[in-house]
Write a protein that binds this ligand. Structure first.
Ligand SMILES: [Zn+2]
Ligand SMILES: [Zn+2]
Length: 143
């Protein structure tokens, strides 16, 4: 089984994920944009129990909008770099594609395309919000 590795910007926090991700995609939502400062985000999602912090857990900063104890965003308290987001509702852990150093990022869809500020013509499916399987409407949009 493959184990993937990621870390924050300074390397104080390291994280591992076992096995292949459930989905790799582009996200155009306002939340990702405001958090990352980037027009498009690159979520790579694993089941929560496949992901673990292996170094620097005591350095983590945690922010949750939902109020659930473990849900929300994790950053390094030294460099403030993002390390992951726990999506409690779906029980998935998101490590942004640019952080997973041994993964070839191969997205298969776009989500939250209705909020896009950077249209991308790559032929991949564009979901208005999200696929039905993960709680969205499943509605598609043109590029
Ligand atoms: Zn760091
Ligand atoms: Zn997003």
């Amino acid at each position: 089984m493959t184990t993937y590795h990621a870390s924050c910007s300074c390397g104080a926090v390291e994280i591992e994920a076992d096995g292949e991700p459930v989905v790799q995609c582009y996200c155009h939502c306002n939340s990702c944009r405001s958090f990352t400062g980037s027009p498009v985000n690159a979520p790579v999602l694993w089941p929560r129990d496949k992901v673990r912090f292996v170094k620097g857990e005591d350095k983590l900063l945690h922010y949750s909008k939902s109020g659930h104890a473990e849900a929300g965003r994790y950053s390094c308290g030294i460099c403030y770099g993002i390390v992951g987001v726990y999506i409690f509702e779906a029980n998935l852990f998101d490590i942004f594609g640019g952080l997973v150093r041994d993964l070839t990022f191969t997205p298969t869809l776009h989500i939250n395309y209705e909020n896009s500020i950077l249209p991308i013509k790559d032929g991949l499916p564009k979901f208005r919000d999200m696929p039905e399987e993960i709680g969205g409407s499943g509605e598609m949009m043109a590029e």
